[in-house]
Unconditional design. Structure first.
Lengths: 132, 401
């Protein structure tokens, strides 16, 4: 498979496909939630938002938008480079948060209970071959 | 209306604070004192916590994330109004609290009430210098104002649910006192102060007490010379063994739904001397007089004057600490009486005039270091128009064992 452009519509389609295939509702603990990761300073100078909508453990939507940030239960903000490192498994999301490279908005207690699920999600995404 | 005798109408409490905020021109209140957390959230917050009170609507509690789920489980607030903080981007306490406070500030401008000052009580919870500066930096267009008087004045007169909780906490303390008395009568040889503290704790917890809440070491037990330390009103239990011929001071603390039991009973471990009995009789008579004197309209200074005249007449004034009270309220409110309106900032105003339904600990300390003897009396009392209700019903006496 040819490398996909990171955060392109094709990448988002592939991400949703893999997340649905690999992270079953059981693995996802039948969770219902939504999350946006906001990428500042993308290579083209724009900001992008990657939106995940999960209902009963099923990824119903994975989409990328430019400019407007969709509303979600959790909003994680950071530099494109930071997210790119996480997606390449060069940096753990937890350590990015603990060092302040990423900022989380949302209920911390709920976030803690979802942390392992996000780790699984990041692992799946890191396996997509892509260009940054 | 709840049938629970211990019910407290917290939304009414919050609205009372919000009304006072409006009067004082406070747009949003950041509470950080333990007493404020207890009063507003009705849950034990042992870790650094804050409560952000907007001008209308529900407050939001922020606490260390490791305890946030429990706090959310036990408070009357819903889980959307109890949030945890952690050392993570966007989740540290300054960011979260400042962001919430900013929601009540138009264009970031306005007056933010904070809790600053000082206290003799270590876990008081006033803002630290660092926190103050950090909130100031996070809210650059707002004015931070010390507003702790708002909660102090709203919490001074106790509602029925609070009073009933205090009664229950005192009932639990009396169970502890009875357990100690039974154990002493069964034979105290080899027992230590810590053991006395522990067996009382067991009896009180068995009966439902949540903990021996006092930061002074839980149950304060002193024997022998330790009872007579000059001016000594703080005696964390030591490993000292009880000895015949010595006094014993048993100061127990129980907690029921954040309301506090605090009662001290004293003993002479036989054989007692006539001189020890003289000291004991002085003390018992003074306590009885003090309890008879407490009522609405008296002040700490007027009461002290009256008591010290009695002590002088009986010839034991030099053994007295000339203060007969300490403050009490829901957990964290354990030091100053009334408001911060006295001549020495953040100390009790000696001319504070008691009002009906205020609560105070009737606290009396007698110490004769040279004779290695002393006694303490503490009992939560409810101020009434013509007297007071002593919450602990354990009979006033100094038993000889």
């Amino acid at each position: 498979m040819a490398p996909l452009q990171y955060l392109s519509p094709d990448w988002a389609f592939e991400a949703q496909k893999r997340l649905r295939e690999q992270l079953t509702p059981e693995i996802m603990k039948y969770v219902t939630s939504s999350m946006v990761t906001v990428y500042s300073h993308c290579p083209d100078g724009k900001d992008r938002a990657l939106f995940y909508k999960i209902v009963d453990g099923v990824f119903q939507e994975v989409s990328v938008s430019v400019g407007d940030i969709p509303n979600a239960e959790f909003i994680i903000t950071g530099d494109y480079d930071t997210f790119a490192k996480i997606s390449r498994a060069e940096l753990g999301s937890r350590s990015a948060l603990m060092s302040g490279k990423l900022k989380l908005k949302g209920n911390m207690v709920k976030a803690l209970s979802l942390a392992s699920i996000v780790d699984r999600l990041n692992k799946v995404l890191s396996e997509i071959t892509c260009e940054y | 209306m709840s049938n629970d005798p211990f019910y407290i109408d917290h939304p009414v409490r919050v609205r009372a604070i919000q009304q006072e905020m409006a009067k004082d021109g406070i747009d949003v209140y950041i509470g950080s004192r333990l007493r404020t957390l207890s009063f507003v959230s009705d849950v034990f917050c042992p870790w650094r916590s804050y409560v952000v009170i907007p001008p209308e609507g529900l407050p939001t509690v922020y606490t260390f994330v490791i305890d946030a789920a429990r706090v959310a489980d036990e408070t009357w607030l819903d889980e959307e109004h109890v949030l945890g903080f952690a050392p993570m981007g966007g989740q540290d306490q300054i960011t979260l609290v400042a962001e919430k406070a900013a929601e009540s500030l138009k264009g970031g401008k306005g007056r933010v009430g904070v809790e600053a000052g000082m206290s003799n009580y270590l876990p008081e919870g006033n803002l630290t210098y660092y926190e103050y500066e950090a909130f100031r930096a996070a809210l650059p267009d707002a004015e931070l104002v010390n507003a702790l008087d708002i909660v102090d004045r709203v919490s001074m007169i106790k509602d029925q649910g609070t009073i009933n909780r205090f009664r229950e906490a005192s009932r639990l303390v009396d169970i502890g006192q009875q357990a100690v008395m039974d154990a002493l009568r069964a034979g105290y040889k080899g027992m230590t102060e810590t053991e006395i503290g522990g067996l009382a704790a067991y009896a009180m917890r068995k009966a439902g007490s949540e903990w021996e809440w006092s930061f002074t070491g839980g149950n304060e037990i002193a024997s022998g010379y330790r009872t007579g330390l000059a001016g000594g009103a703080c005696t964390p239990a030591s490993r000292r063994a009880l000895q015949p011929g010595e006094p014993l001071m048993v100061d127990l603390h129980a907690m029921y739904r954040l309301c506090l039991g605090d009662h001290t009973h004293n003993y002479l471990l036989g054989p007692a001397t006539d001189r020890q009995r003289w000291h004991a009789q002085n003390f018992v008579d003074l306590v009885a007089l003090c309890l008879k004197t407490y009522k609405a309209g008296v002040s700490p200074s007027s009461l002290a004057d009256e008591m010290m005249i009695f002590c002088e007449e009986r010839g034991f004034a030099e053994y007295m600490v000339p203060g007969f009270e300490h403050g009490i309220g829901m957990l964290g409110d354990e030091w100053r009486i009334g408001r911060n309106d006295g001549p020495f900032p953040y100390w009790t105003n000696p001319d504070h005039v008691y009002q009906p339904n205020e609560m105070v600990i009737c606290a009396i300390q007698y110490a004769c270091p040279e004779e290695k003897i002393g006694f303490r009396y503490e009992n939560p009392i409810l101020i009434l128009p013509d007297g007071c209700e002593a919450m602990s019903k354990f009979p006033l006496a100094i038993e000889e064992i």
